[in-house]
Ligand binder design. Structure first.
Ligand SMILES: *[C@@H]1O[C@H](CO)[C@@H](O)[C@H](O)[C@H]1NC(C)=O
Ligand SMILES: *[C@@H]1O[C@H](CO)[C@@H](O)[C@H](O)[C@H]1NC(C)=O
Ligand SMILES: *[C@@H]1O[C@H](CO)[C@@H](O)[C@H](O)[C@H]1NC(C)=O
Ligand SMILES: *[C@@H]1O[C@H](CO)[C@@H](O)[C@H](O)[C@H]1NC(C)=O
Ligand SMILES: *[C@@H]1O[C@H](CO)[C@@H](O)[C@H](O)[C@H]1NC(C)=O
Ligand SMILES: *[C@@H]1O[C@H](CO)[C@@H](O)[C@H](O)[C@H]1NC(C)=O
Ligand SMILES: *[C@@H]1O[C@H](CO)[C@@H](O)[C@H](O)[C@H]1NC(C)=O
Ligand SMILES: *[C@@H]1O[C@H](CO)[C@@H](O)[C@H](O)[C@H]1NC(C)=O
Ligand SMILES: CC(=O)N[C@H]1CO[C@H](CO)[C@@H](O)[C@@H]1O
Length: 634
């Protein structure tokens, strides 16, 4: 029983001034060419980038259109830093001559010209106040000293432009960085491609093209607490089956962005035999409430809404599905959604009101396949499993969805994963979603070795991935805590604690299984930490030590900071345990199939929890998957 609620965060303390609105509007969806992209890189809307990827040639073609008669700079950087950046500078000079060069930055000064010129100018022109450059770049130029590779990882583009062609040294006023997955497909429909910062025109609740829009807004006056989970209920504006084909989360005021950490939509299921309107109507009419108050009576039926069907986190841009899949809405008639918004880092502000809105784009022109959603990773609280030693540079954590779980969760023919979002908090530097079959490691399903908490994009895969019952799915995260003042970092919901999980969209949907995560419970591991038992406390909003008795009530993080001496030997042992130790994954059907009637507002009863926990470990002694070498010239 207790375990069922481990995945929930409980918050307390008061709030004020909440307002929830719901609206819908109406309209043939044309699937765009998936590999053509466009983005406005600068806040003033003067620097436009279009790009196209040629996977056969392993080349990207960039078209840059900038409102200037001066030079134009463009490049790839290491996390937005000038030092080490791979840069091109081009334009048309006073005499009408085109210039263009491949350079590398050695600091905040004019980037030096590379010996090997690996960016190729295709064409350029200048007209009135606009400069246009079209150029191509191989994924990997085989110039590791002065060029950065273009990979599936997050890439931080840097851009700049000048007032004229010879002020190269003084271009620092007009420059910036833009994070993007350059090689991902992009299914945003044509009618949504407008000139706002994201290259996407949000709809404000009105129909676009053939798509209807379900818009859910929340205006929140922030309370004096650093983490607030707010849940509100919303009726889906259709009673016949439709497909949602894309989502966008809109924060109209950029100043509100630091305060909104994530937004999740859960599908609600009334107990069998209950009318959804009767069961959820009252909650939908209310403003909502703090989520998951288990330590006192829960005012809302939040526990009937556990199938997370859409997740947005910091920096996420709108996304659309490929045309053969859609997320079903109102499959069996009337449907309610619960929206959970995590407001963050607000403790120093009073009377601050923030706005956020979700738009779901849907159609009655049903697609071939229904999408489902599930998480794989490590349980991040209520367990001492996720614990990063102080000042670690590359500490690895692994979470699993065991073979027995995938056997139970997926149909015989398997499932097809079409999209993924990798997730850690601020100390995460890399994540890989791993797949093993018959002791063979398959290519990573999704990976980002340059993970950034500030740009958590739901990514559509270039190639669907089949997962068969009996496959092992694992999620591997790397952390750097050297900037955390020598503190241990434990798992938890606040941004300053950590998570390690990947969310997948897939078809051959099986309703019910939305989460398959694991933790380490081996005595050997617990003994290393000196913790015999820990559990999540919803008043403290922390995972607390229960035993040994002399530490009972202490947050695991404080306990570890105070009582554990992280010697080199212990660090090495912990790292071994975090990678290879046996773990228990939990795969549980969250759809009520046999709930007692009228148990609104009460915890679930009579749910069969047997057969939901399965042990597994990372296979050892098998060849590990490696990225294919892209540089072929040498
Ligand atoms: C880039 O510009 C050239 C010339 O205008 C055009 O032919 C090409 O289609 C453009 N490519 C992209 C990706 O925008
Ligand atoms: C460039 O020219 C266009 C059209 O003439 C004008 O609308 C725009 O404001 C100009 N931009 C700048 C930066 O001068
Ligand atoms: C949506 O609302 C924003 C802010 O009110 C406005 O700037 C934008 O033009 C609107 N977009 C549409 C498509 O109506
Ligand atoms: C709709 O009904 C089918 C068949 O009973 C069931 O498998 C599915 O989970 C239901 N879906 C929803 C969203 O209620
Ligand atoms: C809270 O947000 C402010 C402003 O965005 C930032 O300067 C500060 O570092 C944040 N504090 C924490 C604890 O994250
Ligand atoms: C908060 O705003 C309300 C209404 O605008 C105002 O009455 C109240 O004094 C404000 N409180 C603080 C602490 O600023
Ligand atoms: C680290 O400690 C300094 C000094 O006490 C403090 O200003 C800073 O906010 C701390 N940083 C973090 C990440 O806790
Ligand atoms: C851990 O502690 C909790 C709370 O004291 C208790 O309910 C639970 O049974 C304990 N678990 C084990 C395995 O001892
Ligand atoms: C573009 C970029 O930052 N790439 C980096 C991604 O991470 C790897 C491994 O840390 C680096 O080698 C790349 O330079």
């Amino acid at each position: 029983m207790e375990r069922l609620f481990r995945i929930f965060l409980i918050v307390s303390v008061v709030f004020s001034g909440i307002q929830a609105q719901t609206s819908s509007g109406s309209s043939n969806f044309v699937n765009p060419e998936p590999f053509r992209h466009r983005a406005i890189l600068d806040p003033r809307g003067r620097y436009q980038l279009e790009w196209e990827v040629d996977f056969d040639e392993k080349t990207v073609i960039f078209n840059v259109t900038v409102q200037t008669k001066g030079f134009v700079g463009f490049g790839l950087s290491k996390k937005g830093k000038m030092l080490g950046a791979d840069i091109v500078i081009g334009g048309i000079d006073e005499d009408g001559q085109a210039y263009f060069s491949d350079r590398h930055a050695i600091g905040h000064q004019l980037p030096e010209i590379d010996e090997s010129q690996d960016w190729n100018l295709i064409s350029s022109w200048e007209r009135e106040n606009t400069t246009f450059l079209s150029f191509s770049r191989a994924f990997d130029t085989c110039d590791p000293d002065h060029d950065l590779p273009i990979t599936d990882d997050l890439i931080t583009l840097i851009w700049s432009y000048g007032e004229n062609d010879d002020d190269l040294q003084y271009h620092f006023h007009n420059r910036g960085a833009y994070q993007v997955y350059l090689l991902d497909p992009d299914y945003v429909p044509k009618e949504f491609r407008e000139e706002d910062g994201n290259g996407i025109n949000v709809q404000n609740g009105t129909a676009a093209g053939n798509l209807n829009v379900f818009s859910i807004g929340d205006t929140m006056t922030l309370p004096l607490q650093d983490t607030l989970y707010w849940c509100s209920f919303h009726k889906v504006p259709t009673t016949t089956k439709q497909h949602a084909v894309g989502f966008s989360t809109i924060i109209p005021n950029p100043d509100d962005r630091p305060h909104i950490h994530h937004l999740v939509i859960y599908r609600c299921y009334a107990p069998p035999g209950m009318d959804p309107d009767e069961f959820f109507g009252e909650a939908a009419a209310s403003e909502g409430s703090e989520c998951y108050l288990l330590s006192r009576p829960n005012p809302l039926p939040t526990q009937y809404c556990r199938e997370g069907i859409q997740t947005w986190a910091v920096g996420g841009r709108p996304y659309f599905f490929p045309e053969h899949v859609g997320l079903p809405l109102s499959e069996n008639g009337t449907e309610y959604w619960m929206m959970q918004v995590h407001y963050d880092n607000v403790s120093l502000l009073t009377n601050r009101t923030v706005d956020v809105r979700l738009e779901a784009y849907y159609t009655d022109d049903l697609r071939e396949n229904d999408l489902g959603v599930f998480w794989v990773g490590e349980l991040s609280h209520a367990s001492a499993s996720l614990l990063i030693p102080p000042s670690s540079r590359d500490h690895i954590m692994i979470g699993h969805c065991a073979e027995e779980c995938t056997r139970k969760m997926f149909p015989e023919e398997g499932i097809n994963i079409i999209g993924a979002m990798v997730h850690t908090h601020i100390s995460g530097t890399g994540i890989r979603a791993l797949q093993f079959r018959n002791n063979e490691e398959l290519p990573w399903i999704a990976a980002d070795d340059n993970y950034s908490f500030n740009y958590q994009q739901f990514r559509m895969l270039r190639e669907e991935r089949k997962v068969l019952p009996g496959d092992l799915l694992s999620n591997r995260c790397t952390y750097d805590t050297t900037d955390r003042n020598g503190s241990v970092i434990t798992g938890g919901y606040p941004t300053r604690q950590e998570m390690c999980a990947t969310l997948f969209y897939y078809y051959n949907r099986v309703s019910g299984y939305t989460d398959c995560r694991s933790d380490i419970r081996e005595p050997e591991y617990m003994n290393l930490l000196g913790i015999q038992n820990a559990s999540y406390n919803d008043v403290a909003r922390q995972t607390l030590v229960n035993a040994p008795a002399q530490y009972a009530g202490m947050p695991v993080q404080d306990y570890a900071n105070e009582y554990i001496d992280f010697t080199i030997e212990l660090r090495e042992e912990l790292q071994w345990q975090h990678i290879f130790q046996r773990q228990v994954s939990i795969c549980e059907d969250v759809v009520p199939r046999s709930w007692p009637e009228g148990t609104k507002g009460v915890n679930r009863q009579n749910v069969d929890t047997s057969d939901t926990e399965h042990e597994t470990a990372l296979p050892r002694g098998i060849p590990r998957y490696r990225r294919p070498e892209q540089c072929t010239r040498k």
